[in-house]
Design a protein around this ligand. Structure first.
Ligand code: GLN
Length: 456
């Protein structure tokens, strides 16, 4: 813990930790020592971790990287961060992210960008660690903590993992409790670990998840010993390669990475089959209707009354002006854009044309996966991202669709509620890490982790 606290102090340039909690960390580290001395050895005992700013942590600033939550000190602890603390993990502080987890580059954070510790060849250009869990990815990659929590609504664990050479798993929807995690799109949001290895991911996921009566969508299922399932034996497993993920204009390096990964799994004894997930092309538009719709509803609670920031009012301003000024000043551009899109697609005149249509297409996307699994596929291998990490400002705010295209391989997994993992498997010609994604059957994270283990 002390070594990590020192490393964090020396890494301000990465802007990964946005609230540091050294006192809490040292206190918990001592408590962990005491537990070990008592002969107790919980799975995360004494392991220093970072917590994404989206998780409410009791008495510690939890701002979802937004101005609107300025000064908010939760009176409760999220179930996931509590589970980690119960397992002995030591919280070092809170990690940078895109505002309300909306973004793929950490550029929408009120704290400014988190920076990727990797560099493109000899260039000085600062690169994004991806998003929205960019601070988590940067901190793990730069050895500021041993592991970190992330959340993933459309790829926010897997894309930053791929951009930083770390491992990130989004479990099946319902595996981790969402209680105490600031809501973005409730039917898609899941927490998960971001770590240096698949084994670490298995240990940390087990500590994070489990049934929670405080979240009605949390599954009442036993949590397996994921680490014990890491045998590396994938003989006889069937791996599907979906043809719809082969995009026009995809960089050769990504093609190469994907075929190398396929070859590795084949060499390890897996059977490789070509599959089709025909509704894949509708996934991005479907996600960018459903996620903003749910966000616009979830973000209605930030009204200047209950939480954090309230705009300064002038004589004669009424409650409407208070709402308007607070929300105009408190939310950044991307969040405002999502609230407007969401409100529009949910409005009486457009509900059927957009929101209901998107829900129907979501079902078709889910069915594509169900059919593949019913035909005997155990896991699906795809690239995690369409490129390596890009430079700050290279994909600008003027063109949101360009940024949304980053999520092309990851959003299907959230729409279908499936587990997905990003594993670093190569580098591009400038030496930047690249990752592959494996998608598994619902609730079979153990199997998925084991396949990822064979790929690592
Ligand atoms: N990049 C996607 C978005 O901006 C996904 C974000 C996430 O998974 N939280 O919505």
């Amino acid at each position: 813990t002390e070594a990590c606290l020192t490393a964090i102090e020396g890494a301000d340039a990465l802007n990964a930790f946005v609230h540091k909690t050294p006192d809490i960390a040292l206190e918990r580290a001592k408590a962990a020592d005491a537990r070990l001395a008592e002969g107790e050895a919980p799975s995360m005992c004494g392991l220093p971790v970072g917590i994404k700013d989206l998780f409410c942590t009791k008495g510690v600033a939890s701002q979802a990287a937004s101005k609107i939550l300025e000064g908010f000190l939760p009176e409760y602890e999220s179930t996931v961060s509590q589970n980690l603390a119960d397992a002995g993990a030591v919280m070092l502080g809170k990690l940078n992210m895109d505002e309300f987890a909306m973004g793929s580059s950490n550029e929408t954070s009120v704290y400014g960008n988190a920076i990727n510790p990797w560099r493109r060849g000899n260039e000085d250009t600062a690169l994004t660690p991806g998003g929205s869990s960019g601070g988590s990815a940067s901190a793990v990659a730069a050895d500021l903590c041993l592991a970190a929590t992330g959340t993933d609504t459309g790829g926010s664990i897997r894309q930053p993992a791929a951009f930083t050479g770390t491992v990130g798993i989004k479990p099946t929807y319902g595996r981790c409790s969402r209680w105490g995690i600031v809501a973005f799109a409730s039917s898609l949001d899941q927490a998960g670990p971001m770590t240096k290895s698949v084994r670490d991911a298995a240990i940390m996921l087990e500590a994070m998840c489990g049934h929670d009566p405080k979240d009605s969508t949390s599954a009442d299922l036993a949590v397996p010993d994921f680490e014990a399932m890491l045998t590396g034996d994938i003989k006889g497993k069937t791996i599907g390669i979906p043809k719809e993920y082969r995009l026009d204009g995809m960089p050769d390096e990504i093609e190469q990475l994907w075929s190398d990964g396929t070859a590795m799994l084949r060499d390890a004894g897996a059977k490789i089959v070509d599959i089709s997930l025909p509704h894949t092309k509708y996934a991005l538009p479907t996600y960018y209707v459903i996620a903003p719709a749910e966000a616009s509803s979830n973000l209605a609670r930030y009204d200047g009354v209950r939480y954090g920031y309230r705009a300064k009012l002038e004589q004669g301003d009424g409650i409407t002006e208070m709402y308007e000024k607070t929300r105009a000043e408190g939310f950044g551009h991307e969040v405002q854009r999502r609230v407007m899109i969401g409100t529009y697609v949910l409005s009486a005149g457009f509900y059927d044309a957009y929101y209901n249509k998107a829900r129907k297409v979501r079902t078709l996307i889910k069915r594509d996966f169900e059919e593949a699994f019913a035909a005997g596929v155990d896991a699906i291998l795809t690239p995690a991202t369409p490129s390596a990490a890009f430079g700050l400002g290279e994909v600008t705010d003027d063109d949101p669709v360009q940024m949304y295209l980053n999520d092309v391989f990851t959003v299907t997994v959230n729409l279908a509620g499936l587990p997905g993992i990003a594993v670093p498997t190569g580098v591009d010609r400038k030496g930047l890490p690249l990752g592959l994604q494996l998608i598994g059957r619902p609730w079979e994270e153990g199997d998925l982790l084991n396949t990822a283990y064979a790929l690592e």
